[in-house]
Design a protein around this ligand. Structure first.
Ligand SMILES: NC(=O)c1ccc[n+]([C@@H]2O[C@H](COP(=O)([O-])OP(=O)(O)OC[C@H]3O[C@@H](n4cnc5c(N)ncnc54)[C@H](O)[C@@H]3O)[C@@H](O)[C@H]2O)c1
Length: 409
């Protein structure tokens, strides 16, 4: 197939391009080489076999040029950041999605697209899903690690992924709003029940959980709605992929958003301890970018995925502290992580997704977090000029009040 990959110079895009070429597809990329992600211009990993169009996905002319003759699209380009430029999330992420449909519908011969895979995000689920043991009359769910096994699903007595068992009163299941700044300033990290105020326990997040808490999350949920409604109306099969924490080589170390691996690795590489936000007990399901690329190709090529939304996660819960330890081990570093009582406004507490829907199509995350970190560290060591970017992103976030410190006393 002739496949367009938007954002094909980026982390997920470039690995998806490589795999699409391996699968025998003809690939065209459109990427604006956004300076925050690619301050040094077009990265050397963009393969010569793929046609490259430098352009903006929200620009009609650029998109029209890129889309001409394409039979499938991976729409992966996005604005993703912690910065308060809210309109840009909507313009780059959501408006470009509407534009994509607009062009295809305007001339089906010129733009013969038969399928679109969209990058959504776990951010659509906001804080995720919790059980309040107090509201549940004392029922305590198994740990997240146990919930990731089928036995524990059975233990909880909910069929697969809907928490509707008579053992679990529906009013005890909550999809809470973000924690208040006041709670965070007091170092009160865990989620409180919106009904009774007691502490809650995290549940796996399934695809029915929808509660975006940021403009980024809202822009992604709008993509899912457009993909479903316009896709069905115009018979263009779509699939939305809710990636969790994607890690691996080519994860831009320039961009503040690019996350934990970059933040920790840059510091350790330059002899500084990794700085952990909150208390380090936050759980996440990190997933390797090659596993993500395999998921992307699978849903493109398998019509059972049409018009569905899938979680794409690692299938294992790892705390932020454990992630720091794994990275220190990978560097063979004797440094100790620092926990200075800082937090980042907009971060979620526990985010571990239920990946059973994608597993049912035959996908499995196969690269462990340890391998993932080792690969990233090896790649990071080969990069030049990393020092100049070391603290810049965090300085900017501090200035904008995104990173804050717990109040003394
Ligand atoms: N990496 C993650 O952990 C993660 C998690 C959830 C969702 N996602 C989503 O997956 C997709 C890919 O993310 P990534 O991690 O590869 O990001 P990335 O920053 O590495 O890549 C994004 C690419 O898009 C390009 N781009 C940005 N704005 C553009 C525009 N207006 N026009 C054309 N190109 C533009 C950038 O230059 C970059 O090459 C995004 O949609 C992102 O929201 C990523």
């Amino acid at each position: 197939m002739k496949v367009l990959v938007t954002g094909g110079a980026g982390l997920i895009g470039s690995h998806t391009v490589d795999l699409a070429l391996e699968h025998g597809h003809e690939v065209r990329i459109i990427d604006s080489l956004q300076p925050r992600v690619h301050p040094r211009g077009k990265p050397e990993w963009v393969p010569g076999e793929a046609e490259f169009v430098q352009g903006d996905v929200a620009d009609r002319e650029d998109m029209s040029r890129a889309l001409e003759g394409m039979e499938a699209v991976f729409h992966l380009a996005a604005y993703q950041d912690y910065m308060p430029d809210f309109s840009r999330f909507i313009q780059t992420n959501t408006e470009s999605t509407a534009l994509l449909f607009e062009l295809i519908v305007s001339d089906r011969r010129r733009y013969p697209v038969r399928k679109i895979v969209f990058a959504s995000s776990q951010a659509v689920c906001g804080e995720g899903c919790y059980l309040c043991p107090s509201c549940a009359g004392g029922i305590i769910p198994p740990s997240i690690e146990e919930q990731l096994t089928h036995t524990a699903h059975h233990l909880l007595c909910y069929p697969g992924k809907r928490y509707s068992s008579s053992d679990l009163p529906p009013h005890a299941i909550h999809v809470p709003r973000a924690r208040t700044i006041d709670h965070l300033l007091h170092g009160d990290w865990e989620m409180h029940c919106p009904a009774c105020g007691e502490y809650m326990r995290p549940l796996l997040i399934d695809e029915d959980t929808i509660s975006p808490g940021t403009t980024y999350g809202i822009s992604k949920y709008a993509i899912e709605l457009l993909a479903d409604r316009l896709g069905r109306r115009y018979s263009i099969p779509t699939v939305c992929m809710r990636y969790t924490y994607v890690q691996g080589p080519r994860n831009s170390f320039f961009n503040a958003y690019s996350g934990i691996a970059r933040r920790f690795a840059l510091r350790i590489l330059h002899g500084l301890p990794p700085v952990i936000y909150e208390d380090g007990r936050q759980l996440r399901d990190y997933v390797n970018v090659q596993d993500v690329a395999r998921a992307n190709l699978l849903v493109l090529e398998d019509s059972r995925a049409d018009f569905k939304v899938f979680n794409v996660g690692g299938g294992r819960a790892v705390s932020v502290s454990d992630f720091a330890r794994i990275m220190l081990e990978s560097f063979a570093s004797e440094l100790e992580p620092e926990v200075p009582g800082e937090f980042r406004v907009g971060d979620t507490r526990h985010t571990v997704s239920d990946i059973s829907e994608l597993r049912a199509l035959g996908w499995e995350p196969i690269i462990t977090v340890e391998q993932n970190v080792t690969e990233y560290v090896a790649w990071m060591r080969e990069q030049r000029g990393t020092k100049e970017y070391l603290e810049e992103a965090e300085r900017v976030m501090r200035e904008l009040g995104v990173v804050r410190r717990v109040r003394a006393g």
